[in-house]
Design a protein around this ligand. Structure first.
Ligand SMILES: [Zn+2]
Length: 340
């Protein structure tokens, strides 16, 4: 019996030495100390021993069990340390490798320019007004002196939702809405930034684009106020050397009306491909508010006068950054957008 116990102890120790993982260690534990383990079997057979042998064998078996349990926990600690080391080695990171920089978002060039336009006009005492993109025909056309059969409607091919409702073709309806809200008080001094929609799609036109409309109404507003405001804007936007040129034009909602050119930002007026050798670039339309529009807005054209202007944000952005195709602005190619 004693011999058998010593043999178990010796074998168990040999088995333990071969263990490399916790799983193998568990197998050894079960093999010797489990319910059907070898040492357990011996301890169970104690009852059949003669009474005088029991204490001695019992003591020996207990010693062997204790020593085996000790060894098991010792090996278990060693294996744990080894497994941890192995895991750490496998997961080690090379801190000298270059990291993956997170992509930072940035503002769209159109928004950068729009913000700049807003800041310039806010600096001149304008406030910002907004209006709906789905607009009534009345505000989009009729209140701006463009009745149903007016040929000017052809200039603005529109997306109609019903015969009386359309996607606004310009930000000008907000003029009419603001006058209705403010009348009979003056001054009105607003800009209206926003999206507008027309049935156009080529290198310089998009079916959706952005405009900034301006409107000033007060006593004694003169054409020179319009010119001074726009010159100030052009110089803040394109540089202090900027010149502007006003050419007679026609808009149904202003009289007189003028197209406004700035000296070419590429050639400084010398003449180049961009300005078609003229030295000038058209950037906006403007004029004195038509008396009929003032009347429909609830103001007395004998009492007050005003001027209005409208510019395309895409056009200004293209000139400012020297872009040749408006569609770049809407394709959402990050390689392009990252440059701003
Ligand atoms: Zn030029």
């Amino acid at each position: 019996m004693q011999e058998q116990l010593r043999l178990i102890k010796k074998q168990a120790e040999e088995d333990l030495q071969k263990c490399l993982t916790m799983d193998q260690l568990n197998e050894v534990r079960i093999k010797y100390l489990g319910k059907k383990g070898e040492l357990t079997q011996v301890l169970r057979g104690m009852g059949q021993l003669p009474a005088e042998e029991r204490p001695l064998i019992g003591q020996l078996a207990n010693e062997i069990r204790d020593s085996l349990e000790n060894s098991l926990s010792l090996y278990s600690e060693k294996i744990k340390v080894k497994e941890l080391e192995k895991k750490l080695r496998a997961e080690s990171i090379d801190v000298t490798l270059p990291g993956i920089a997170p992509d930072l978002g940035r503002r769209h060039p159109l928004h950068l320019v729009l913000q700049e336009i807003k800041n310039i006009f806010i600096g001149m005492g304008f406030t910002i007004e907004e209006g709906p993109e789905i607009e009534l025909d009345y505000y989009n056309f009729e209140a701006l002196n463009i009745p149903k059969d007016h040929p000017a409607r052809d200039m603005q091919d529109s997306f109609y939702i019903t015969p009386e409702v359309l996607l606004r073709t310009h930000t000008s309806p907000v003029q009419a809405r603001t006058m209705e809200k403010t009348r009979p008080y003056v001054p009105v001094k607003i800009i209206v930034p926003g999206k507008v929609y027309r049935r156009d799609d080529d290198a310089t036109h998009s079916p959706m684009f952005h405009q900034v409309e301006g409107l000033v109404i007060d006593k004694n507003i003169r054409f020179s106020d319009l010119k001074g405001t726009l010159l100030n804007f052009a110089r803040q936007m394109f540089g202090p050397e900027q010149q502007i040129r006003l050419r007679p034009s026609f808009f149904p909602f202003t009289e007189p009306s003028a197209e406004v050119d700035i000296s070419c930002v590429m050639c400084k007026g010398a003449g180049c491909r961009v300005c078609k050798q003229t030295g000038w670039l058209e950037i906006l339309g403007s004029g004195m508010v038509h008396p009929r529009v003032l009347e429909m807005g609830g103001y007395d054209p004998e009492e007050v006068t005003g001027f209005a202007f409208g510019m395309g944000v895409e056009r200004i952005t293209m000139l400012k950054y020297g872009l040749d195709d408006m569609r770049h602005l809407f394709e959402n190619d990050v390689r392009f957008l990252r440059q701003f």
